[in-house]
Write a protein that binds this ligand. Structure first.
Ligand code: PLP
Length: 406
């Protein structure tokens, strides 16, 4: 750090230089984030100083957070949204960490008190490793979580459409299982696991079921065609928590994630172990993973959810799906065979591992496109976010064809 500060002008010149190295999302089809909505930016700026980790100082912002959780609970078909518990997080990773943190503490509580089924199951489990059952498509945040909580990650098999096979999930449950994860919009393919079936398994085995809807949470509820295959909310009785990210398809600012628990009572046993006293804050205790938390993200999320409403999100999803269909047809037009997309994520095979990586690199180095690759299947992966246009797709397909032909 310099001894003396520099002028505002100089600072902003420096900032511009840094910013010029960043993307403005033009030619980006690898990211699950997009530009925030202008309403979200305005609200974010207005609440830039607020800290919802100290709720007594920011009563209004905390009230707004409650309302965001209530709106999310309505979206997730809670029959009594006011009963939902939850808060904003920094995104899908933190939300998933919290969901599993509760699962582990619920299990440990049962083990200690030995007063319910889970306790009976865990009686002899003193030194064995606890486990968590996830679909093989689970986001890499679960690798971090397993490491953090010393869990064995049991990866359940997928069917030919990359949705988890319920029988495989059930076969992996034992007396040391702390919970089950289902995904509503997996990172690689956008596919939704059969959550209804997972809900039945969770109830039968008295296990919590967390749905990772980090991406799909602001997509699936807004599809025109609502059927039992794309339901993942609290109307399914086994679902105990859901994570969904306003900073992905929700049009809010980064960082903004949401974790919603069905109700405070699902947390009863775990909260006792998680709560810590907060003597120097305006609250008596804290049970969130992080301490200081940005009220600006709450305001941005509240503002954009209220501003767009269901209709606005439906239009946004329809726009992204139209782009996806457009790209699908264009890829077929150049003799490729893309996977039929579940939502606005397109996966297309272009050869083996080396060829796929080579094409991706050429697209980046020769034409400036950012796209990604899937690992579960060797293929290119493109996410059609709201910042993409049909003109972008036309150019992308021309560039891809040029690389394939040369
Ligand atoms: N879960 C899913 C399904 C995701 O796709 C992602 C990110 O892409 C995450 C969790 C992690 O979200 P974040 O990067 O906001 O922590």
């Amino acid at each position: 750090m310099h001894e003396q500060g520099i002028s505002e002008e100089e600072i902003f010149e420096e900032l511009e230089r840094f910013s010029s190295l960043d993307t403005n999302f033009k030619k980006v089809m690898s990211s699950m984030c997009t530009l925030p909505h202008p309403i979200a930016i305005r609200a974010h700026q207005r609440f830039i100083h607020t800290n919802i980790g100290d709720p007594g100082l920011f009563i209004g912002t905390c009230e707004m957070e409650k309302q965001v959780i209530e709106m999310a609970a309505v979206l997730l078909k809670h029959d009594n949204p006011k009963e939902a518990a939850g808060h904003l997080t920094s995104g899908g990773t933190e939300s998933n960490i919290e969901a599993v943190y509760h699962m582990k503490n619920r299990f440990m509580h049962a083990k200690d008190t030995n007063e319910n089924d889970a306790g009976a199951r865990s009686e002899n489990a003193k030194d064995v490793k606890l486990n968590l059952i996830v679909p093989a498509t689970a986001h890499f945040s679960f690798e971090k979580i397993a490491n953090m909580f010393n869990l064995q990650l049991r990866k359940a098999e997928l069917d030919s459409t990359y949705r988890v096979v319920p029988r495989s999930v059930e076969s992996k449950i034992d007396e040391n299982t702390i919970g089950i994860i289902g995904i509503a919009g997996n990172t690689e393919f956008g596919e939704m696991d059969p959550i209804g079936k997972l809900s039945e398994i969770a109830i039968k085995n008295n296990l919590p079921l967390h749905i990772d809807a980090a991406f799909g949470g602001f997509v699936y509820p807004f599809l025109k065609d609502q059927n039992e295959l794309n339901q993942f909310g609290f109307d399914l009785p086994g679902v105990t928590s859901v994570s969904l990210d306003p900073h992905k398809m929700g049009f809010s600012v980064i960082p903004a994630g949401i974790i919603v628990f069905k109700n405070a009572s699902v947390l009863d046993t775990s909260l006792d172990r998680i709560k810590v006293k907060t003597p120097y804050l305006t609250s008596n205790y804290q049970s969130t993973l992080t301490g200081t938390r940005p009220g600006s993200a709450v305001a941005a999320t509240y503002a954009v959810m209220k501003y767009l409403g269901r209709e606005g999100y439906q239009k946004n999803v329809a726009y992204c799906l139209d782009l996806t269909e457009y790209l699908f047809q264009k890829l077929i037009g150049i003799k490729l065979k893309p996977k039929f997309p579940a939502i606005n994520i397109m996966v297309v095979e272009v050869g083996g591992v080396q060829q796929t990586t080579h094409i991706r690199r050429c697209l980046r180095e020769q034409f400036g496109w950012y796209i990604s690759e899937t690992k579960t299947k060797v293929a290119l992966r493109l996410v059609l976010m709201p910042h993409v246009t049909k003109e972008d797709i036309d150019q992308f397909v021309l560039d891809l064809k040029y690389i394939l032909d040369n």
